[in-house]
Design a protein around this ligand. Sequence first.
Ligand code: PMP
Length: 358
Amino acid sequence: MSRFLSSAFSKISPYTPGEQPQNREYIKLNTNESPFPPSPEVVAHINSEEASRLNLYSDPSASMLIDAVAENFGVSADMVAVGNGSDEILAFSFMAFCEKGVAFADVTYGFYRVYADLYGLKTKIIPLTEKYEINPDDYKNIGCTIFIANPNAPTGHCLPVSEIEEILVSNPGNLVVIDEAYVDFGGESSVPLVNKYNNLLVIGTFSKSRNLAGARIGYAISNPEIICDLNKMKFSFNPYNLNRLSIIAGTYGIKDKEYFEKCTSLIKEAREYTVSELKKLNFEVLDSKTNFVFAQSGDIDGEEYYLSLKDRGILVRWFNKDRIRNFVRITIGTKEQMSLLIDATRDIIKAKHGEDIK
Ligand code: PMP
């Protein structure tokens, strides 16, 4: 730390992204990316003609992408904002809407804590239940801004929209932010509620179900006043937050519904396979509506399992954090990748216990 860093930031613990190894080929099941390439439509439109325009700034209103997102969700364009990943929209939301403080779960997306600290916010941490689930009653009449990842990460648990609605009704004076990064793998979206409740902001991403993590595209859907506030943040921070290639990638990516359906259903199939195989190997696997599973072995502790898989060229995510230290979060890849994970797991447990587990 230099002597120039403002004291307000000296104690911040930054977010630790999952490993992105550059010099060894791993089966990468650690950062919830899609194992499938972007839609062929995306690849076809990121062409040399567009690259040759990179000397010019991108459209600061990203209107082509906003229109495509609005059309996809059946809302008007003034109800949509886009950002450099949903992380950026989350950052703007923590910056803009949390004067009265913020509430989120003890086990949830790690960036919420980082943003709350970065902006010096009063923070209420709400423990998940014993079964690692969000209890909606804990969020009623709460008196501050609420952030809920639904489905939650890293647990995979999903609240039905009816329960989100109860939280909205009981908090008319507070903004409720629903982070739907993983909703397309079996969750229920709260987007239809934005017309009914003016205290709802839904945030989503192109990084998971749209196969575009590297393009860094997130979106927000809410009433026009909230979208206007988010744009105020953006234009006070980084007006050209989406680059030319990402605007094109997102636009053609979201239009290709057939490819989206195909990829998400393959992931769901591979998830069901993974869950049933892990259970046969004496794992507890939390019910997941996402492109990952959160699981703990009855035979090997979380860190050891993570390290043994890494030795065998498979990366999963292990969090050195209270309550979840024995779990690993495994991204769902292709069926072939998941089958290799299961084989490696069987080997690891066999090596540890010296017996073949069928
Ligand atoms: N929300 C949740 C719950 C996530 O897990 C992630 C991915 N790490 C994000 C938001 C951010 O995704 P991105 O910035 O890639 O859109």
